[in-house]
Structure formats: C-alpha cells, structure tokens
Design a protein around this ligand. Structure first.
Ligand code: SF4
Length: 707
C-alpha cells in the first residue's frame, strides 16, 4: 500500500475474538490510518481503543527480520534445513511423540491448517497444542459434551435482542469492547432490557449492569445448579423441548437439587436474597443470553461451569432462537479458526474427533497421508511438562510467548532452556521466549499476512495484506510447508498461496460429510484467487445453493444436535470441593487483561496512547485489606507464594473484594522485572479440557519494604 496512496484495504482486527472489520488506508507519505469497517457485521464501523491504535503499532522497531541460527543471521535455506533435519532425526531416534508444536490463536486459519496437517497426518503425532488452550478449551469441551460438537449456537445479534444478558466471568467492557458497546447501545434503545454481571470484581462492565453479583471465585457451578432447580420449581421448564430434543434432564436436576441453600450461599459467597433476585430475573425474561469467557473457562471446574450454564438454556428451550442461548466469547482473534481446523491436541480438522476411527480414516484419506495420529496429544501444560522431563526433543513455538503466559512460568522457562532444540517463529526479535530459541524464524505481522480468521460468532473474515513483507519475513504456513517438503512430503505441502490452503480446507469440511458435522464451507472448495481476495465475511455453515437449510445464523432451536441420538445432553455436574487455603496464603490471586493492552504487549506496548491508560503492572486490593496491611495507594507490594514473588504497585479500590487481588498478565520480565504474574500460578488444569486455572491462585500479600 505504501506505493499506492489512497488505496483502502478491508481487513480484520488482530486482537480479540470479536473480530472487527478494519479499513486500512495510507497517505502519500505512506502513513497508515485505520477505521472501523462500516460494512462488517461484527462491528458496523466501531473500533475499540486497541483497534483504533493499530496504525501506531506497525513500525519495524524490534522486528525480527532475518532467520537466525544460534543467534547468527542465516539464510532461509539453512534455517529450514536445520529445522527439518533436527525434527526428522528426533522422530527417527525417539519416535513421532518426541516432537511438538505449540501454536497460537494469532495464527491465521491457513497457518493452523498446515501445522495440524504436518503434525497429525505426516509426522504422526498429535503433539500440537495452542495458546487457545488457555482461552476457550473449556467451552469447546462443554459444547462437545452437551451438543456433540463444538458449535456456538448463536450470533452477536442475539446479545442485542435479548431481554436479559447475563455476563458471567466476562469483563466485556475491557476485553471485548465492541460487543460491550453493542449491548450498551441496545440497552439504551430498549429500556426494558436488563444486564446482570457475575464477577468477583466490580469491573467496568458493571456500568451497564442492573445487578452485579460479586460471586466467590469458582462459585459459578453452584450458581447455575441453583438456577436449574429454580427453573424447575417455578414451572419454567420447556417440557416439550426437553422431551423432544434432550436427554438426562432428571439426573442433572437431581444433582442440582443435591445442593442446598447453605452450600449454595457458601459456594457462591452470595446472599439468599441476591440469588433469588438473579433467579427471578432469569425466569421472568423470555429471551436470555448467557455470555461467558475467561472467568468461566480458566478454571479447574471450567467445563462443568459451561455445562451448568448450558443445562439452564436447554431446560427452557432458550437456545437457537433470536435473543437466546449460551454464548462463549473467545479471547483471541482466531481461537475459533484453530478449533475448526483441529489445531488442538485432542481434535481433528473440520470438527472431527481424533478418537473416532472413522473420522481418522476420513482425514487420512483426504490428506493421502502416510499416517494419522491415533490418540490425543499433549495439551499445553502437559506439553511443557514433557519438555521439562526431556521427553520432547524438538519443539516449534509459533506466535506466542509461553514463558510469560503459561502457569508456573519459571518452570516453562527452565524447560525451554533444557530442551535440545527449540524453534520460534515470531514477528519480534526479543521476548522472554524467543531468547531460548536455537532457530528464530521471522514471520509476517498484521497488515502483511494474508488469510482468514473466524470470530466468536462463527464468522470467517479475511485478513488482507496492505504492507510489504519487511526484511525476509515470511508467512507461518510457508515456513511449515517448506519444512514439510524438506522432511520428504513434497506433494502434500506444495502450496502456492493462502488461497490454495483455504480451498483444501474448505473441501475437507465437506469431504464425505453425511450431515453429522456442522462445519461445512464446502461451497468455497473451488474458490479462485480473485474470489478469495474479494471474500466477504460469512458465517458457517455456508449454503451451497438458494434455500439450503444449513444456511443459518443459529443452531438447535428445533434440536438437531450432533450427538449420536441427535439430542442435547444434560451433563450432571456438582460444585467443586472447596479447597483449603495453603498455609499462610490468605489471598486469592486473579489474573486478566486491562483495556488497552494485549497479551505480552509486543504490539500494544508500541503505542504511547495505549500505554497512557495504565502505565505499569498493579495489584488491585480492597481498601479494608490495604488498611489492615498498612498499604498505601500506589506503594509497592509483594505478592508471593512458594513458586516465587512479584513486586507491583497497589491499586486500592472497592471494586475488588476483600481477600482477593487482581494482577494483569501483560507485564513481563521484558517490560518490568519481577512483574511476571504467571510465575505464581500453579499448573492446575480442568480435568476435562486441560485449560489452566489462571484465576484462582493462593498467595500472600505484604507491603514491600527495602532492607
Ligand atoms: Fe479489535 Fe476486539 Fe477491539 Fe474489535 S473489540 S477493535 S476485535 S480489540
């Protein structure tokens, strides 16, 4: 675009899972400007602070521009030969499970597709997992348990059409701001619409809430079990829907009834009056959407929370109709696209199941691959544990920074230090992860990449390039295809461009699809480069002709689930056993995002405007706790446990509950030594989804005093 001033390019924001459309343009001096795409159905022209500042993050300072081997600049041929040789020799010597990929929701669907194909179909291992494991794995697992597939049943419009929007474990105002703006605008236009916020913190999202329930950490399962019992007691069950389209209601109801009022109040930390108010609001609203994100997903009981929510919706038939349904919002721009192509250790492409022999055979036949992984691979936390135990001999990390973002972060760093061969593909030359790489591969960034992403409402949009590739940076899919070819799989990885990969992926979604899979974009299987370039945002499944019944924004109003009996499953869940606090650890640490930064700030840290909102790491502390500990606002505090300590500034606010602390996850050793909060988080995961519990860590809090 720098050569074509005035040209406008429609693309998609690279930050959160809302997936807003962006129009990028440049002037004669080559200065890029961005604005919201008025025609994109996710945002209709809106952008949040991060999206509006995208043009401020595009300079080349700190970019990784050339391949490196052991810190020395190398040619692409030398770097790719080294990667292929080291992966091949590890596989020959120790078997396919001795190698692994750890990828990212920042990758485009085409990148994800090639990574998944190379690892599962040609290397023959399922050791490919993604930082999306930290984002929405519990939603995926909950969907699959209830619906038989990972299908988000609704669409963004439902959040505007609902009589009641319940936001649980979701600070939408800061983490998905454009969706928040859409709800706020709908509420302003329709005063009868209500919003309930369920969150231990009184976040900025509370500004539009009619009711805020300051729930105890991990009280969500009990809360929604109580709601299911209330639904039954008040005669709100949609008996016809339950009878025709579901199974397991009585067992789930019995589990809900087993939780008495005293356990309910103890688990949730809410009063009987607060519970009753919420339950009555839910029961009185004809159209309810329950929106949830990391406060639900990032928990040792995350999948059970998801199913406790879904149970209430299928009990009342509040699903698949306008303004109704459970609705998970993904943290990352392409967490959903990664799910679709099987970029998780326990999934195959096109929502097929790695543990289903028919699905495996189908995928292998489609790929014409020599092997196919026949069991789930290592999920993120276990993958790095395997690295630390020496079981992984070669690891390729793409577009993510696990040394800062995974729990037990110091152990992750030690594991990388000890790993015999680490490859990192990234856009930046310096992160806490890339410094441990034996081979560094320069990738394309936003504005340079070409491909597709899928947002939280199943909408596939194009990310289009409008800047030249800097230095020798190349697409992630190209890097993996080149390594695949060098490992001997020439024909399978002979892609010419992103459009060719998208065509193959689209064909796979329709390949021998007998209707048992929801994800079908097979109508794109013949798409040519020109049409790919012009592709408008669309939701799957994609109709193959006029009147195709699969063309719909919503699922399951009339049943038709993807389970064997085509019925939704009520999953019988119980509240988690309340853990006893570790000795001396009197505070519960919650981690999360702030409004104007993204992940470990490799891009948002470049914008002075974004950094002006919150300039450094902090710990949110309730005034009562601060008083008791003699902590002044903006003074330094030490947050510690047996894994380590961090030192950050105190932010004293009644928005925080006594006994709880919130510390953002953005600041790392790169930005501020000793603010890397994930070093404190235990590697505890949800037993079903493998998603780490990043929001409930026992810590001590003390005033920081220099000796
Ligand atoms: Fe980007 Fe999300 Fe903001 Fe939209 S809401 S502009 S996708 S960060």
């Amino acid at each position: 675009m720098r050569d074509e001033p005035g040209l406008e390019v429609r693309t998609t924001c690279p930050y959160c899972g809302v997936g807003c459309g962006v129009v990028a343009s440049s002037n004669r001096q080559g200065v890029v400007a961005v604005r919201g795409d008025p025609e994109h159905p996710a945002n209709f022209g809106r952008l949040c602070s991060k999206g509006s500042a995208l043009a401020e993050t595009l300079d080349l300072d700190g970019r990784l521009l050339y391949p490196e081997i052991r810190g020395e600049r190398a040619t692409w041929d030398a770097a790719l030969d080294t990667v292929a040789k080291r992966f091949s020799s590890a596989i020959a010597e120790h078997g396919p499970d001795s190698v692994a990929f750890y990828v990212s929701g920042q990758l485009l669907t085409e990148d994800y597709y090639v990574a998944n194909k190379l690892m599962k179909g040609f290397i023959g291992s399922a050791n490919i997992d993604t930082n999306s494991r930290l984002c929405m794995a519990s939603s995926v697992a909950g969907h699959r348990r209830a619906f038989g597939s990972d299908t988000v049943p609704g669409t963004y419009e439902d959040l505007e059409l609902a009589d009641l929007v319940v936001l649980t474990g979701s600070n939408l105002a800061w983490c998905h701001p454009v969706l928040y703006q859409r709800i706020a605008a709908a509420k302003a236009a329709r005063p009868g619409m209500k919003v309930v916020l369920i969150d231990p913190r009184r976040t900025m999202t509370a500004d539009i809430a009619d009711l805020h329930l300051p729930i105890a950490p991990d009280g969500d399962v009990a809360l929604f079990l109580g709601l299911l019992a209330h639904i039954h007691d008040q005669g709100l069950v949609d008996a016809a829907y339950v009878e025709a389209h579901t199974s397991g209601f009585e067992t789930a109801l019995a589990a809900a009834r087993a939780v008495g009022l005293s356990e309910l109040t103890a688990q949730t930390g809410l009063t009987a009056t607060e519970l009753d108010t919420f339950y009555r609001m839910w029961g009185a609203a004809e159209k309810v959407v329950t929106v949830y994100s990391q406060g639900v997903n990032q928990s040792a009981s995350g999948t059970d929370k998801v199913n406790a929510i879904i149970n209430c919706h299928i009990a009342t038939g509040r699903i698949g109709r306008p303004g109704t349904g459970p609705f998970s919002v993904t943290g990352q721009p392409n967490a959903m696209g990664g799910r679709e192509v099987g970029g998780l250790a326990n999934m195959l492409a096109a929502h097929m199941d790695i543990e289903n022999p028919e699905h495996r055979a189908l995928v292998q036949r489609f790929w014409k691959s020599p092997v196919i992984a026949d069991r789930p691979g290592l999920k993120a936390v276990d993958l790095f544990k395997a690295v630390s135990e020496g079981r992984i001999k070669a690891l390729w990390i793409m577009a993510t920074n696990p040394v800062d973002s995974l729990p037990d972060a110091d152990a992750v760093e030690a594991a990388l230090e000890a790993c015999p061969f680490v490859v990192v593909s990234d856009i930046v030359a310096e992160t806490d992860t890339i410094r441990h790489a034996h081979v560094k591969l320069p990738s394309l960034g936003w504005g340079e990449k070409d491909g597709t992403v899928t947002n939280s409402e199943r909408r596939i949009s194009r990310q289009r390039p409008f800047l030249p590739a800097p230095g020798e940076a190349r697409a992630d899919w190209w890097q993996m295809a080149e390594v695949g070819r060098r490992m001997g799989y020439e024909a399978a990885f002979n892609y010419t461009d992103a459009a060719a990969i998208f065509r193959e992926y689209a064909a796979q979604t329709a390949f021998e699809n007998d209707g048992s899979r929801d994800l079908d974009i097979g109508a794109c299987a013949e798409i040519n480069r020109e049409s790919y370039d012009a592709l408008s945002p669309f939701q799957w499944p994609l109709p193959v002709g006029e009147g195709d019944a699969r063309s719909r924004a919503r699922f399951f109003a009339e049943g038709g689930y993807y389970t064997a009996d085509r019925r939704a499953c009520f999953v019988s869940v119980s509240p988690p056993i309340k853990d006893t606090a570790a000795a001396g650890a009197s505070f519960t640490l919650n981690t999360g995002r702030v409004r104007d930064h993204w992940h470990t700030m490799t891009r948002t840290g470049k914008s002075a405007r974004l950094s002006a909102h919150i300039a450094e790491a902090f710990a949110e502390i309730n005034p009562r706790d601060a008083r008791q500990l003699g902590i002044d606002d903006a003074s330094l505090v030490r947050v510690a446990n047996d894994r380590g300590e961090i030192v950050v500034r105190a932010l004293i606010t009644p928005r925080q509950q006594p006994g709880n602390i919130f510390v953002p996850m953005h600041w790392t050793d790169q930005w501020a030594s000793s603010a890397r909060v994930d070093r404190l988080v235990a590697p505890v995961v949800d037993p079903v989804s493998g998603q780490p519990a990043l929001k409930k860590t026992a810590v001590t809090l003390t005033k920081f005093e220099t000796s």
